[in-house]
Design a protein around this ligand. Structure first.
Ligand SMILES: Cc1ncc(COP(=O)(O)O)c(C=O)c1O
Length: 450
């Protein structure tokens, strides 16, 4: 009875994903909400994946999708690329985990130092969440100040330092379990709004340790920073002796070999890397200026509490992550002249094509993104201008984007995030054409349902 009241696209999805539903019911008995990562829940239930190859994934009910999620945007060479598969075999011959220093990690660090502009020194960890946490600790340790500014709507992982001002209302804590008074030392600034941001910087300037920003805000739907905004952050942090941190966990090795810092020509003091750099293995990297990174040099004799502890973690520098990450980044370096312009071209075709498909059927839509990152939003009216994640939340139809449009696209065999996602070298022109055709079919359905 209840299910009859559900809209057609949900019923259609449920009909196509019955085996997933059974697995999800089992999952709910053993995991809260049936998932271990909140972004992996999709109402009414997520589909369960069975196989993945190139640009395609298949679920346990046999449905195929063109994947634009690409493992949280990590898989720039596509699923099961031959480069990553061969590297995995190479790694499996030597070991999965040693916990002892080895040559592969030196080789990988040398490669990152060569390619990432701010990487005078690098440290490897196991996740992006951890990398951003340590970046903030380094900023505070280096400046001996406490206040960190982050972007409203910016997601840097769920560590307790930075899980703040992710979703509106930005002044309310995101979660229970944080120490009281967090907002005293972590304050949020509106992305791309220069005057408002300057006002906050001036308010906290005597205690400013650092500013952390994604040059293209992922959780906001791939909103690129305006150049002027990043330049202002660079100048202000320099003027105040504070640390500028670029969270390049999405943009690193995706926008270019040198990431967003190369694309924008603005070099931060520290960058955090993850996703693409691991080649599909779990990896987080902190890369930064020598004098800041020197604070965690364990060979320097210091009084307790005078250095910065960067844990690394039991599984840091595993031969798996070092070999696979190295091989993928090496491959990107060897073919960068063809890979990045080609990804950029395909990104442009996809962004323009999806917007055209929607608007030609009377649905107001605009694209976001840069290079191979493609997003969409549905403005509430023609006059809407979106610059920040806050604008997306207040001026656009987020429910349509994140649920109805997404589910309808899945029913047409395309798995998206933020209205799009991340292209890989495995996505062909034909895939892009298919996605645009699916968008057109979905546009017609939405139009007919209103
Ligand atoms: C920009 C950004 N920073 C940090 C993180 C956290 O990285 P991880 O999920 O590897 O912990 C993410 C993950 O989505 C991210 O997109």
């Amino acid at each position: 009875m209840l299910s009859r009241e559900k809209p057609d696209y949900i019923l259609n999805y449920m009909e196509r994903t019955k085996r997933s539903r059974q697995l999800y019911e089992r999952a709910c008995k053993v995991m809260p909400g049936g998932v271990s990562h909140r972004y992996r829940f999709i109402a009414p239930h997520p589909f369960f994946i069975e196989a993945a190859e190139g640009s395609r994934i298949r679920d346990v009910d046999g449905n195929e999708y063109i994947d634009l999620w690409m493992g949280h945007f990590a898989l720039i060479l596509g699923h099961r690329s031959s480069v990553a598969q061969e590297a995995l075999e190479e790694a499996s011959r030597v070991g999965t985990h040693w916990g002892i220093v080895h040559e592969y990690q030196v080789r990988f660090a040398e490669l990152l130092q060569e390619l990432v502009p701010c990487a005078e020194k690098v440290i490897f960890g196991v996740s992006g969440t951890e990398a951003t946490m340590y970046a903030v600790r380094l900023a505070r340790g280096f400046t001996r100040k406490s206040t960190i500014l982050k972007i409203q709507g910016g997601w840097h992982g769920a560590n307790s330092e930075l899980i703040w001002a992710v979703k509106p209302p930005y002044e309310r804590p995101e979660t229970l379990g944080l120490p009281p008074g967090m907002d005293r030392y972590v304050k949020a600034i509106p992305f791309n709004y220069v005057e408002e941001t300057l006002r906050v910087i001036h308010e906290v300037q005597d205690d400013l340790a650092g500013i952390i920003v994604e040059p293209v805000v992922g959780a906001g739907g791939f909103l690129p920073a305006e150049r002027e905004y990043l330049s202002m952050l660079r100048e202000e942090t320099k003027r105040l002796g504070a640390v500028l941190i670029f969270d390049e966990i999405i943009t690193g090795f995706r926008l270019s070999l040198g990431g967003a810092q190369e694309a924008y020509g603005i070099v931060p003091d520290i960058a955090t890397l993850g996703k693409v750099v691991g080649g599909g293995m779990n990896l987080g990297v902190i890369a930064g200026r020598e004098e800041i990174m020197a604070l965690c040099d364990p060979t320097v004799p210091r009084e307790k509490g005078e250095g910065v502890v960067v844990g690394g973690g039991t599984f840091s520098c595993s031969p798996m992550s070092m070999i696979v990450g190295y091989r993928v980044v090496e491959y990107l370096r060897e073919r960068s002249q063809e890979i990045y312009p080609e990804l950029e071209r395909k990104g442009r075709v996809l962004r323009e094509g999806m917007v055209r498909a929607l608007t030609s059927h009377g649905i107001l839509a605009r694209s976001t993104g840069m290079g191979s990152l493609c997003g969409l939003y549905f403005p509430k009216d023609e006059s809407v201008k979106v610059k920040s994640p806050g604008d997306i939340q207040s001026l656009t139809d987020v429910a349509l984007l994140d649920h109805e449009f997404r589910l309808r696209m899945m029913n047409h065999g395309v798995f998206i995030m933020h209205g799009g996602g991340a292209l890989s070298t495995a996505h062909t022109d034909k895939d892009i054409e298919t996605i645009i055709e699916a968008t057109e079919d979905v546009a017609k359905e939405i139009r007919a349902s209103r």
